[in-house]
Design a binder for this molecule. Structure first.
Ligand SMILES: Nc1nc2c(ncn2[C@@H]2O[C@H](COP(=O)(O)OP(=O)(O)O)[C@@H](O)[C@H]2O)c(=O)[nH]1
Ligand SMILES: [Mg+2]
Length: 312
């Protein structure tokens, strides 16, 4: 992506800039929250649970002559034996792929908490030539400022980082300063996306993700990890969009939980997802949800591919 060189000088005479920025970090540090904050809308789902993001999602921000293409990735995580499913391998691979052909990396860490999973990410970054900016996120939760200052000095020793910026992705604190650091590393290039395009993903994809987000947020334990969503119908009639979405689970018991007593749970998931969709698509949405048991979907590479978990 770096080597696209064409006539990138518009008629105004000023050269345009365009580049790819990978947002990396272990699960749950706030990668998707940062992406949404920068873009001013939700294009990548978030939750308190690790491994909410399964797909690589691009967010495009165009301001005047500069287009920044952010790539939100599933968190790079250590694979556990008992959870060694095809879906986990897929997520790690998606995160690693995002590190190819990029102009800049934003490496997010969670305040002063450094874990062995951060070491794994840093190790992966040792093969990356592009400048790496560290964003120390969730500073709104830090009480002891002096501890933070000491930590920033400590971080500096771990690699030759292009910059270290404390931020709060949730509240937007210092995010503009981070964007300014990123902008320094964008090459002269033509813009790859039209000015008004915000993501490479379709509304159909976002609809499925928003249903999955509500399940992640409402249901505990293993269930969210053993569930995926397939949008079977997406019919845009201008003033209203009709969406039929199928939730696939691994076991009968999970289906029962998703439906809930008297259909309570599925109703609540549907209501919340619909409201978010109406906000995202800026029109009325009719949402129908179903649950179906499809054993082995998360274990089977071929099933994953048919459900849209495909790297190519
Ligand atoms: N307090 C606080 N929480 C945050 C901040 N950024 C993200 N979070 C929360 O951290 C959790 C994980 O965020 P998410 O963006 O899904 O993390 P990801 O797995 O790295 O994409 C969510 O509950 C977010 O609301 C922040 O700046 N401050
Ligand atoms: Mg995420």
């Amino acid at each position: 992506m770096n080597d696209i060189t064409t006539d990138d000088t518009p008629e105004s005479g000023a050269p345009t800039r365009c580049g790819f920025v990978a947002i990396v970090g272990r699960p749950n540090v706030g990668k998707s929250t940062l992406m949404n904050r920068i873009l001013g809308q939700k294009i990548s789902i978030t939750s308190r649970r690790p491994q909410t993001t399964r797909h690589q999602v691009m967010g495009v921000k165009t301001e005047a002559d500069t287009q920044t293409i952010y790539v939100d990735t599933p968190g790079i995580h250590i694979m556990q034996k008992d959870r060694n499913r095809a879906i986990n391998a897929f997520m790690n691979q998606a995160a690693t792929q995002a590190l190819r052909d990029i102009d800049c990396v934003v490496f997010i860490v969670d305040r002063t908490k450094w874990t062995s999973e951060d070491d794994v990410v840093l190790e992966k970054l040792s093969h990356v030539q592009a400048p790496v900016i560290v964003a120390v996120n969730k500073v709104d939760w830090i009480e002891d400022r002096s501890k933070l200052m000491a930590w920033l000095a400590e971080l500096e020793k771990r690699r030759n980082f292009a910059a270290i910026v404390p931020i709060s992705a949730r509240h937007g604190t210092n995010v503009e300063a981070l964007e300014a650091e990123v902008a320094k590393h964008l090459p002269q290039n033509v813009h790859f996306f039209p000015e008004d395009q915000v993501t490479d993903r379709s509304q159909r994809f976002l609809a499925a993700e928003l249903v999955r987000e509500k399940v992640m947020r409402q249901l505990g334990d293993e269930l969210p990890y053993q569930m995926t969503v397939e949008v079977e119908q997406f019919r845009d009639e201008g003033h209203i969009i009709h969406i039929h979405a199928l939730m696939l689970v691994e076991r009968d018991g999970q289906k029962k939980i998703l439906i809930g007593e008297g259909g309570d749970r599925i109703k609540k998931i549907g209501q919340e997802a619909r409201l978010e969709m109406e906000r995202a698509f800026d029109c009325k949405v009719m949402l129908k949800l179903w649950v179906k048991v499809k054993r082995g979907w998360s274990d089977d590479a071929r099933a994953l591919k048919s459900l849209g978990y495909d790297l190519d």
